[in-house]
Design a protein around this ligand. Structure first.
Ligand code: ASP
Length: 586
């Protein structure tokens, strides 16, 4: 028997018991006549104590041969500790071992297995199995497990059933790049790994499973950013005979349930905001509503006063940084440098300081009178002591730049507390997005998204203005998920493909299976997918998803632990009838 208890289990009430524990040696403190060992497993740490005179010399000698991360099995007596450790669940007791068995040795780990480790990112990725022994990562995986479990509980109670869909599917050009897998039995042909189970879940609706879900791996071959992974997990859902409201209520309910179950908190009801308002007020389709500073348009007030920068701009727009009139010249310069960084690209930053004495000072006083500036502060609802920060230029870019500045101000002023949650639904996205480079429309969500009923006539006349019956769930400025009511009619789906520049043959060849299915009694349906990794990270108060995935890839899409991707053997290539040749892309 390896253990009667775990290392997190024993309490004062267990004193006097003979127990067996197994685990890893976290730490040995050898004070000569006294030796303490911290024995660790997944459940916690239990202290072992050996004392010269009490413990046999042979056992003491044996313990002196142990090193960090050795795996041992200990038999001993539970005794009350003299100096208790209230930080530790087992801190009232310790074990007096009478025998220790070495189960396995360990090389010296390349970094310390402590909450605050000395290991750098790359090293920890290479020895991920050791990194996962550390509490913070272990806790993350436990949280992830709990979240998955509660997700299933919630959805099951509402009659959703989990159905697996295939991982080897067909490559389609929409969306991100596919990962492809060559088929040995069909030489020259490839499977693709799913970017999401989108078409399959829609087919399941045609099959009559009116409430489907799956906690499912998805694959996207995209250039990676800090919080993206080439494979990631979604809570993927679809419902038949529903309208948007019911979907939003169901999944708002789910997220509220998860926060309650996992964090014990009641999050606020979700605000609903349409895309146009989100862009106008926050310059982004995923606003962080933990703080105010919504945008105020000042174009009409700012123009016609001879200030060339504003007169030539399509949009003059500002935020009111409340209480920031005391910002020093240096602080404002730093903000100016921030917006001028190449990633943001503003030409400059204009400010109006509303001094405590009621006087107004702007960065171009010679063009604007006190009366002019008074109108600005009134529109921005500013009070003495506030500071207006203003950007100008082309509408779309200026809104985006001001979004960055607003978030930066939120950071500077400590208004983005990771333990404060502000959820919302963003609705009424545009159906299509025009791409200048390829001179064609792309689906903003995906090609199966239904246009807003009212806008259908505009598909022929003004497609760019058509709104989609699509929605995103946003929490704290992070897009947690998105979905839509789908097209369930062959004609409309065909029209959508036309708008996206598909010929009839292309549409038929790539998505014929779906359009054909629509001809066999497809019910009205819609759904959503939530980023499971991201939701877990958010619940834990973190931005990056990497440490919420057991074995993630690094920023170049590599798994440095197993060293993947890697070349394959010539024999494997031959079987696949593939040959490696370097081709330079235009
Ligand atoms: N399949 C979509 C996605 O992965 C979500 C959905 O529309 O349900 O983004």
């Amino acid at each position: 028997m390896f253990r009667t208890h775990t290392c997190g289990e024993l309490r004062l009430s267990d004193t006097g018991r003979h127990v067996i524990l197994s685990g890893w040696v976290q730490r040995i403190r050898d004070k000569g006549s006294l030796i303490w060992i911290d024995l660790r497993d997944r459940y916690g740490i239990t202290q072992l104590m050996l004392e010269e005179g009490k413990t046999t010399p042979a056992l003491i000698e044996q313990v002196r041969q142990l090193g960090r991360e050795f795996v041992i099995r200990v038999e001993g007596l539970v005794v009350e500790r003299i100096s208790k450790n209230p930080q530790l669940a087992t801190g009232d007791i310790e074990i007096e071992p009478h025998s220790i068995e070495l189960l396995n040795k360990s090389k010296l780990p390349p970094f310390t297995i402590e909450d605050m480790t000395d290991g750098g990112e790359e090293l920890r990725m290479k020895y991920r199995y050791l990194d996962l022994r550390r509490n913070p990562l272990k806790e993350n995986l436990l949280l992830r497990h709990k979240l998955a479990l509660e997700t299933r509980t919630y959805l099951d109670a509402l009659g959703f059933i989990e159905i697996e869909t295939p991982y080897l599917i067909k490559s389609t050009p929409e969306g991100a790049r596919d990962f492809v897998v060559p088929s040995r039995m069909n030489p020259g042909e490839f499977y693709a790994l799913p970017q999401s189970p989108q078409t399959f879940k829609q087919l399941l609706m045609v099959s009559g499973f009116d409430r489907y879900f799956q906690i499912v791996r998805c694959f996207r071959d995209e250039d990676l950013r800090a919080d993206r992974q080439p494979e990631f997990t979604q809570i993927d859902c679809e419902m038949a005979f529903v309208e948007q409201d019911e979907i939003l209520n169901t999944f708002e309910g789910m997220v509220r349930f998860l926060f309650k179950k996992v964090k014990g908190i009641d999050i606020e009801p979700f605000i609903h905001m349409d895309y146009a308002a989100a862009m106008r007020l926050y310059g982004t389709d995923k606003p962080d509503l933990r703080f105010g500073m919504s945008f105020v348009e000042l174009t009409d007030l700012a123009q016609g006063k001879g200030f060339g920068v504003f007169d030539g701009a399509e949009l003059v727009v500002g935020i009111n940084a409340s209480g920031c009139a005391s910002f020093s010249r240096k602080q404002i310069d730093a903000l100016t440098d921030f917006v001028k960084r190449p990633q943001i690209g503003a030409k400059g930053l204009f400010y109006v300081r509303y001094n405590e004495d009621g006087s107004l000072k702007s960065s171009a006083d010679k063009f604007f009178s006190q009366h002019d500036l008074q109108q600005w502060v009134e529109r921005c609802d500013a009070k003495p002591g506030d500071l207006l920060l203003i950007l100008s230029g082309a509408t779309h870019t200026t809104l985006k730049q001001l979004n960055e500045l607003r978030l930066e101000m939120g950071n500077l002023l400590g208004l983005r507390d990771p333990n404060h949650f502000k959820p919302l639904w963003v609705t009424d996205f545009p159906l299509l997005e025009w791409d200048e480079e390829t001179q064609r429309f792309y689906a903003m969500h995906h090609p199966f998204t239904s246009p807003n009923q009212k806008d259908i006539p505009m598909l022929d006349t003004n497609p760019a203005e058509v709104r989609a019956n699509a929605y995103d769930m946003v929490i704290n400025g992070v897009e947690i998920g998105g979905g839509s009511i789908r097209i369930h009619n062959r004609q409309l789906q065909k029209k959508m493909f036309e708008l996206l520049g598909f010929t009839d043959e292309e549409a038929q060849q790539q998505f014929g299976f779906l359009m054909n299915a629509f001809e066999y009694g497809a019910p009205p349906h819609g759904g959503i997918a939530l980023g499971f990794d991201r939701l877990t990270a958010l619940l834990a108060g973190f931005d990056s998803i990497r440490d919420f995935i057991a074995f993630p890839k690094n920023n170049s899409g590599r798994d440095v632990m197993i060293d993947s991707p890697s070349a394959i053997a010539p024999q494997q290539l031959a079987e696949l009838q593939l040959e490696i040749r370097k081709i330079s892309l235009p």
